[in-house]
Design a protein around this ligand. Sequence first.
Ligand code: 9YT
Length: 142
Amino acid sequence: MIVRTLDECVDTERHVKTETWESVRMLLGDDRMGFSFHITTIFAGSETPIWYKNHLESVFCINGNGEIETLDDGKVYPIKAGTIYILDQNDRHVLRGGTEDMVLACVFSPALNGREVHDKDGAYALDEPALRDSSEQLQTTG
Ligand code: 9YT
């Protein structure tokens, strides 16, 4: 079994920061689960175009508010604590932070490897290198 805490992962290699969001990647490809798990914060008032061509993603809102627009049909869905959205069609979308930061629990399949950030289309490549130092995996035993 693997046990980690959010506090142990914050401000390590697992913590990826951009202008509109930051994400703490608590479970990654080298854990060999077939999916990754992240706690992501979408900043209030921000807008992020995303198109995960290579990944499926499910996103559960823990706190805050915002909205998601699916670009193929122009539909806008509010997001608040308790909402899940499931990108089962590799849907092109825009994620907007609301009046406060939106805290999300995200699952990606296949797993991310560590340091991915969006490319020009808002996608992650499939061949990103894994985190380099396995001693930073913060695995707790015993
Ligand atoms: C919800 C979402 O897709 N946010 C962008 C960041 C992503 N969740 C990640 O890399 O952790």
